[in-house]
Design a protein around this ligand. Structure first.
Ligand code: PFF
Length: 451
């Protein structure tokens, strides 16, 4: 135990390892489960357009800001702000991030549990039907149970906790590096099948022909929230990961690559889901069950569907686990560095806390189905409160911090690797965005959207 308390900071061992890990945080249930259903609920193509704007103008600058803060301070979400501004309460931004990590994990582990369960359902033959009505029954039975979804949630927490205890470099890097390309390949296969179903065209129009009358303030808030959730920004995850990044890494380039790759995966998931939704005569506004109902039906209309389906849920489970590793790393880096807890103690107590809170999300479809907070079930409340409130708020303060507090010269030095990179023009655009566009845009959307 002694060794662990000395906190020699581990880092990612290579440039590819860094991108894999940051991408491993971004890509997850957000792409495969959330992006399709939120797009479906908010009208399709017009929503996607707003989403893309949010990623480029808000999400990307916030991601870069977090990487800069993290790499410069080599500290956790709270410690980083304390290091840069010891006398002001900026560290509260990091504190809100730790809280967000708990709330997101509460429902994320629940959905990840469904995915893990689906691996076995797919393998065992429970999902061998091309009728979405039948797959709906399988899904409803799972989520309205008590023991089964709780079992899977605990299982997910134990798996993720064990990887975390193995340490940053070894654990995170090894797992994520290997599997992203495989997931991508499988998405290509499902896309082809979905696109060749008869009646698929309507799904493509839904995805790519915008109907601008669908855009309302709450649609914009949903797009903004999804951008934060997707890129894992607004809560210090990318500060924490940035703290493990080498000083010679080209941070702006990395952030752009990650945002592009992440968006591509989301769109591929959309192309897997929507043509099939329409081909099977379903409606796109099914909510959180969309993926779990549609995807099995797609697989069952292709040769070797059962094998591919198992593989798909295995890879989705792995992507979800990569994202959860980064979520857990926020409270754990905080507890080990600020309070000198051992990594093991921090991990065990964190997953215990998440397990307790998370069970209320999991039971939102059964025991707690009628219990509401601000008119939402526990599950929906944790989701809404983080994506649509806490993360955008965090984004405002992170942008304000870099734009107005940290100091122009210091930011430019960090951005250019102490003058090694010639990126003056980019620095100007970036600083303009974080000074004005990001905070004002978020504030307006949040304020009007929440009213
Ligand atoms: N970006 C992840 C996804 O889209 O699944 C979710 C996530 C991970 C959100 C880490 C926030 C975070 F800090």
């Amino acid at each position: 135990m002694k060794k662990e308390t000395q906190h020699k900071r581990e880092g990612f061992s290579s440039s590819i390892g860094v991108i894999a890990a940051v991408l491993g945080s971004a890509v997850g249930l957000g792409n495969i489960w959330k992006f399709p259903y939120v797009t479906g609920a908010n009208g399709g193509a017009a929503f996607i357009l707003v989403y893309l704007i949010c990623v480029a103008l808000v999400g990307l600058p916030v991601m870069l800001s977090e990487h800069l803060i993290g790499r410069h301070t080599k500290a956790n979400a709270v410690g980083a702000f304390k290091a840069l501004q010891p006398r002001r309460p900026w560290f509260l931004v990091g504190g809100a991030g730790v809280l967000s990590a708990f709330l997101i994990m509460a429902f994320y582990t629940s959905v990840a549990g469904w995915v893990y369960a689906y691996i076995f359902k797919a393998a065992g033959g429970a999902l061998l039907t091309a009728k979405p009505e039948d797959t709906t029954l399988v899904f409803n039975k799972l989520v309205s149970g008590v023991g089964e979804p709780l079992f899977w949630q605990v299982f997910v927490l134990l798996v993720t906790g064990s990887i975390i205890m193995a340490g940053v470099t070894k654990g995170i890097e090894r797992v994520t590096k290997l599997l992203m390309p495989l997931l991508f390949l499988l998405l290509v296969i499902i896309d082809i099948r979905s696109l060749t179903l008869s009646g698929a065209g309507a799904g493509l129009s839904f995805l790519f022909k915008p109907d601008f009358s669908k855009i309302t303030v709450s649609v914009i808030l949903a797009a903004l929230g999804l951008a934060f959730f997707k890129l894992s920004v607004g809560m210090g995850t990318m500060i924490t990961y940035g703290s493990y990044v080498d000083k010679n890494e080209n941070l702006p380039k990395m952030a752009i690559k990650v945002a592009l790759a992440d968006t591509l995966v989301s769109l591929m998931a959309g192309i897997a889901v929507f043509p099939a939704v329409f081909a099977f005569g379903f409606t796109p506004d099914q909510g959180p069950k969309l993926l779990f109902v549609i995807i099995p039906a797609v697989f069952n209309s292709m040769p070797f569907g059962r094998v591919f389906m198992v593989l798909f849920f295995v890879l989705t489970a792995i992507a979800a686990t990569g994202a959860m590793l980064s979520l857990l790393e926020v409270p754990i880096a905080f507890l080990t560095e600020q309070y000198q807890w051992t990594r093991r103690k921090a991990t065990l107590l964190t997953i215990l806390g998440i397990g307790l809170l998370g069970s209320t999300a999991t039971l939102s479809n059964s025991i707690f189905a009628t219990v509401t907070v601000f008119g939402k079930t526990f599950f929906d409340f944790y989701d809404f409160a983080t994506s649509n409130v806490l993360l955008p708020l965090g984004g405002i303060f992170i942008a304000l911090f870099v734009g107005w507090q940290w100091g122009y010269v210091k930011v430019k030095q960090e951005l250019s690797n102490q003058g090694q990179l010639a990126n003056d023009g980019l620095a100007r655009v970036y600083l303009f965005l974080v000074k004005y566009i990001v905070p004002i845009a978020i504030a307006v959307v949040l304020f009007t959207g929440l009213k």
